[in-house]
Design a protein around this ligand. Structure first.
Ligand SMILES: NC(=O)c1ccc[n+]([C@@H]2O[C@H](COP(=O)([O-])OP(=O)(O)OC[C@H]3O[C@@H](n4cnc5c(N)ncnc54)[C@H](O)[C@@H]3O)[C@@H](O)[C@H]2O)c1
Length: 434
């Protein structure tokens, strides 16, 4: 099939690459010329494992193209997949301005046979609103399909090629069937729904996962108070199939480009429709508390942080990505500097993106060793393999004081116990003090 993908961000690029990998002819369009220029040279503008190899292979096979020209990409295309950003607006609602622009852009090129697929995460009713917008401009009925995306950054390719399910929401059975055919080579279960249900499935899923994280974090805080170990508790809970093991890792809260904004957007939709949804309000409040927990603990331990050298290990919102959107490292760095600590941070790939957001109020190190040298404490913020795998007993010897606050519970207990002297504070578990 001939497919155009609008937006070459984490979702659009992964989708475009995977659709070309299963044999379709795909043209990806972006308004960002710099991104397209990089892509034309076979360079991925984002860090995503496995992406660049598939990108270059499919470009060489002649199935994957990049352009900033709508005319070049959209003329004669059968399916247009819209994957532009829908960031958080000022009032918590999703900001649909990129989507509205994309709808205007495509209405000049579509024919009555074109199917418009909205993959961006959009509030319930948006597909209807976009359809009307396009129809008003082009003057004939438009086939719309809501096809929300569930990939996780850091494993976007794997998640797309081996998705748990594909949601296809449409009031047009023929269009829904065509999109099912588009995905057929992936051999993934498909669920057909109305557009409104498809839109809601995305928000309901993300808000549920965020709530699961806040729930285990509250359990972790209670575990600390009563002397239980949240890792054991989560293991015991997760073996219950009704609960499941995923998303029960206690830590410093959820972040990233999706959960924070999607929970707030769902709450906004609820408010507009007269539904309070206090559960979601608590999910957000717990997360806000959790994001600053490492600093709260450090302040409690030292009595104040003025002049203390604090090493932050990890800046990206999670491992295997360079994405800094809503990363817990941002409020942590802000809090630490508010307490007048001297902060030195290290991340294997996200430093440049972090610098753009956090700025020069903290220093950036080129290695773990550089960051922890003569530090009064280490805060583990992102559980990169490099950080999990470090030699803890050697590390603490280079620090001024051997104090570690592990916001991801990612350092193995045996490595801590192998230290000759250490104070190790995990989340929701008893500290180890040697
Ligand atoms: N990132 C994720 O893990 C993830 C997962 C599932 C769903 N989503 C949803 O998918 C959507 C995209 O997310 P993302 O993280 O890929 O965003 P992103 O910000 O990484 O990428 C969006 C891209 O769209 C481009 N763009 C904006 N307007 C355009 C236009 N009119 N024409 C062409 N290109 C345009 C931007 O230049 C940018 O490159 C969002 O709605 C998001 O909520 C994201």
């Amino acid at each position: 099939m001939k497919i155009a993908v609008l937006g070459t961000g984490y979702v659009g690029l992964s989708t475009g690459v995977c659709l070309s990998q299963i044999g379709h002819h795909v043209t990806c369009i972006d308004i960002n010329e710099q991104k397209i220029n990089q892509l034309l040279q076979g360079i991925s503008p984002i860090y995503e494992p496995g992406l660049e190899d598939l990108l270059t292979a499919n470009m060489e096979a002649g199935r994957l193209h990049f352009t900033t020209s709508l005319n070049e990409a959209l003329a004669g295309t059968e399916i247009i997949v819209v994957a532009v950003g829908t960031p958080q607006g000022d009032d918590g609602a999703a900001d649909l301005s990129y989507l509205v622009q994309a709808a205007k852009d495509i209405s000049a090129y579509i024919t009555s046979d074109t199917i418009v697929v909205i993959k961006s995460t959009v509030p319930v009713g948006t597909n209807d609103f976009v359809r009307k917008m396009i129809e008003d401009q082009c003057g004939f009925p438009v086939k719309m399909v809501s096809n929300p995306e569930f990939l996780r950054q850091g494993s976007a390719i794997e998640d797309t090629m081996k998705a748990d399910r594909i949601i296809i929401g449409s009031e047009n059975a023929e269009a829904a069937g065509k999109i099912r055919d588009m995905y057929q080579p992936l051999n993934v279960p498909v669920i057909l729904t109305s557009t409104r249900s498809a839109e809601m499935i995305k928000y309901a899923s993300n808000a549920f996962l965020a709530t699961k994280i806040s729930y285990i974090n509250e359990i972790a805080n209670l575990c600390e108070a009563v002397g239980a170990d949240v890792t054991d508790v989560a293991k015991g809970m997760g073996k219950d199939k009704r609960i499941g093991e995923a998303f029960l890792n206690a830590g410093i809260g959820y972040g990233g480009s999706c959960f924070p904004k999607d929970v707030k957007a769902l709450l906004h939709t609820a408010g507009l429709n007269g539904v309070e949804f206090p559960l979601l309000k608590e999910t957000i409040a717990i997360n806000e508390y959790q994001r600053k927990l490492l600093v709260t603990k450090a302040v409690k331990r030292f009595g104040g942080l003025k002049g203390k050298k604090i090493a932050m290990l990890g800046l990206a919102f999670k491992p295997e990505t360079d994405d800094m959107r809503e990363a817990p490292s941002i409020p942590i760095a802000e809090e630490l500097t508010k307490f007048e600590a001297e902060v030195v941070a290290y991340d294997p790939v996200a430093t440049e993106n972090a610098r753009k957001i956090i700025g020069d109020k903290i220093k950036y190190a080129g290695s773990i060793d550089q960051a922890i040298f003569e530090a009064d404490a280490v805060l583990i913020v992102t559980e990169w393999n490099e950080i999990k795998g470090m030699d803890v007993s050697k590390m603490v010897e280079k620090m001024k004081e051997p104090i570690i606050f592990d916001g991801r519970n990612c350092l193995p207990e045996e490595k801590i116990r192998a230290c000759s002297s250490v104070e190790y504070y995990p989340i929701g578990k008893p500290p180890i003090i040697i």
